[in-house]
Design a protein. Sequence first.
Length: 695
Amino acid sequence: MPAPPGAAAACPHTGSLPGRPPRRTPQLLDPVTPRAGTGWSITARGAATLMTRLSAHALTHPVTLSADLSLKASYSNHYRKGLIRLLEVLAFRSGNTTHRPVIEALGLISRHAHDGNTRYYPLGEHVPVHSGMTGDWAELVYRADRRGRRRVVRLAYEVVAFQALRDRLRCKEIWVEGADRWRNPDQDLPADFEERRAEHYQALRKPLDPRRFIDELQAEHHAELAALDDALPRCPWLNIADRPGGAGAIRLSPLEAAPEPRNLRRLKREVRHRWGTVPLIDMLKEAALRTGCLQAVTTVAGRADLDPDVLAERLLLCVYAYGTNTGLRAVAAGDHRHSEDDLRYVRRRFLSAEAARAMAVELANATFAARQQAIWGHGSTAVASDSTHVGAFDQNIFTQWHSRYGGRGVLIYWHVERKSMAIHSQLLDCSASEVAAMVEGAMHHGTTMAVEGNYVDSHGQSEIGFGITRLLGFDLLPRIKRINKVRLYRPAAGQPDAFARLGPALTRPIRWGLIADQYDMMVRYATAIRVGTAATEQVLRRFTRAASHPTYQAMLEVGRAQKTIFACRYLRDRDLQREIGEGLNVLESHNRGQQIILYGKGGELATNRRDERKLTVACLRVLQAALVYVNTLMLQDVLADPAWEEALTAEDRRGLTPLFWSHVAPYGEVRLDMASRLALRTAPQHEQVPVEVHM
């Protein structure tokens, strides 16, 4: 039987960059399905994804004058076969005539794909010229033959065409017929928008009249610039002045260190004294018994034919096996009555990433309901979000090298509220947009928390991010690394003397007319994200710097106005700076907790199956949520004693967190005893554990 299209073969060219380990041949996660008598078939949905993956692998190396060797060794002997086969089954379309040359270039490649070892395209053949043929590539694409005639080199032309295709697929200027993720971007928009226009605008709390939206944004923009201009003389931590050498006009002094909490270590020792060292599996069991979160599994999976008590035990063991990354085989060897085959059946039949996420949502909601306001304060409406890098075996095409973390693997993107409860988690590729992940988690976390603000680091914000969050109705609150380089946009033209103290940091006015022209389309895209007609990343992929879409330009202008508003508040308000820093510090602590829990296999994801990786991330979130839930109850029990009632200072309460693990044993033999309970005063929400069975 012939090899499937795009199947990885041994590559003689490692493609390793300096300082990186040799890259082994990736194996494709989703092989195409064999069709009797006709070789192999492939869907447009899977083929388009495969096309972008192979293109990304084949085209990531910088172009040099010695790139001929790379083309011959890496592209022609390895990637070309798969790309050509995929090109035969995909139909590319574009609604913009600007990108027509790229589609015509693909047609040329298809016509001459099997011409043998001919180096040049035939004389007289029309070769479409596109933007990918400029720069360093031009020296490789155009060569003189033996007679001195200027010819187009086939292999080099194919590479630049696929590179141009990849860039335009990413921003959806070109799409694939019959695909899902790479479909026509117009299909991402809600089909009922025209009929329910007023309803969709109201859900986003946006006026139907674009002039009113612009007036409100412009007034806020002007007011914040005026407030900063007025407050600047009273802000000793802030200086705005012209500086030579491109150093940036803004100089912001760091915050002073906050007072250290004095009693939190003693409080944690008291928790350990009362309850001893608690195995992590017992923390999970106690949380499941008290919240009834296992009911969410059968809600997702449907009918169950196992004894409810047996099913509950096996589900707990499976969640523990995946969440710690130790695996079902290791957990099956523990002290309980269930075999490895039993656990594998329950995993296959009941436990999915969707079911585990539903469990995590139930635990988060139960934690919010159990918190005592006297200890934890009012419920927060802000979350912090960031990614953490997890190592992954590199034997598949979804593992990527991350330049910032300096290693191969994948990303887990977390949304964590101020008291350490994770309300959302996502598995991302290293090249995925963190802005899209931030928006996705804030909008579709599924818990009872109302998110009104999102703290992020510099890589989680962008001008597009500011624009889309303004339309979606929550605040983007970043800690901008290069705050000295931030430019403040003027609210209107013809006012050169306005905000004189801010002059060195000011730049051109916002183009309000462009916003007015594209206001309705921006609301359409925001509605698509809100109602989920398309994934956030699919929608925002349209808005990249490679895109020429007019709505992208308008979204940038909204983002620039909103970023100016935020920067003005941030620069003059020390409390806001401290709030953002504290929120992101909570997330850093959460990431350290992940390293404690996800300890199996050295913390690396060994599986090549994407669904298994997603399940691991979802179960990790369940374990962390269970830890936070039980710790919350333990701390409330301790602080209910008269001896501790007045012990905590204001600094202690500021730093109080239920995410700590000094009393938890995540390692060792897995012993599951459902009759053994933790002595906690808080009454459980559910008196019974059994998973409801639908017969």
